[in-house]
Design a protein around this ligand. Structure first.
Ligand SMILES: [Zn+2]
Length: 205
């Protein structure tokens, strides 16, 4: 992994420039793939597409703001906490489907990150309040027909909010185009049948 000079992203609200990681090269060694389709690549970390301004605390889509190259290095990726992701959703949501889908992914990944991050191997679990909030937000988002062309993710969302029959129903109609999709499909169905709503590692653990 070879980091380059940082990326400077300019906050559209207050003008503050945030330093973010920029890679010159990386590789997929040690990749871990999760059931919510998050890929963790230690040798090719990714910057969050939604950023929080460290100065004014507001949110922006990284690809919509002015960017320039800095003169220093940064390892900041800027992924949001679950609570921040809910605020970002409120602040940035619009009628545009792709934008809503991206914000949904940020919420799901942030919620699941609570369990994924394992400080000193102690697995954290979300609080009952966080789970309740997560389920009601995702339920509301699913009413807006998001991810209709991504059955794996759609089914995973239903599984994670505890609607296991709906999850299985979607996947039974889904025809995988690769062995890999077949693997993801079968493992999500297996977990749904056990009424397990937790994110799990599909590959790499
Ligand atoms: Zn700002």
């Amino acid at each position: 992994m070879k980091p380059g000079f940082c990326l400077l992203a300019e906050c559209p609200h207050c003008g503050e420039k945030k330093e973010l990681l920029q890679l010159l090269s990386g590789n997929s060694l040690g990749v871990k793939l999760w059931s919510d389709l998050k890929k963790e690549m230690p040798m090719m970390p990714m910057v969050s597409p939604v950023q929080k301004c460290p100065k004014c605390g507001r949110f922006y889509m990284l690809n919509e703001v002015k960017q320039e190259e800095g003169k220093t290095y940064s390892f900041e990726e800027g992924w949001l906490t679950f609570e921040e992701s809910l605020l970002a959703l409120e602040e940035l949501k619009s009628d545009k489907k792709d934008r809503l889908e991206l914000l949904t992914i940020i919420v799901i990944w942030a919620y699941n990150d609570i369990q994924r991050k394992e400080p000193e191997k102690i697995r954290n679990t979300p609080t009952p309040e966080q789970t309740e909030m997560f389920r009601s937000v995702i339920k509301e988002l699913l009413e807006q027909d998001i991810y209709t062309d991504n059955e794996l993710l759609l089914a995973e969302l239903y599984r994670e909010i505890g609607e296991f029959d709906k999850c299985i129903h979607i996947l039974e109609k889904f025809e995988p185009q690769s062995e890999f999709h077949e693997l993801v499909k079968n493992s999500i169905i297996e977990h749904a049948k056990q009424q397990d709503s937790n994110v799990f590692c599909v590959l790499g653990e």
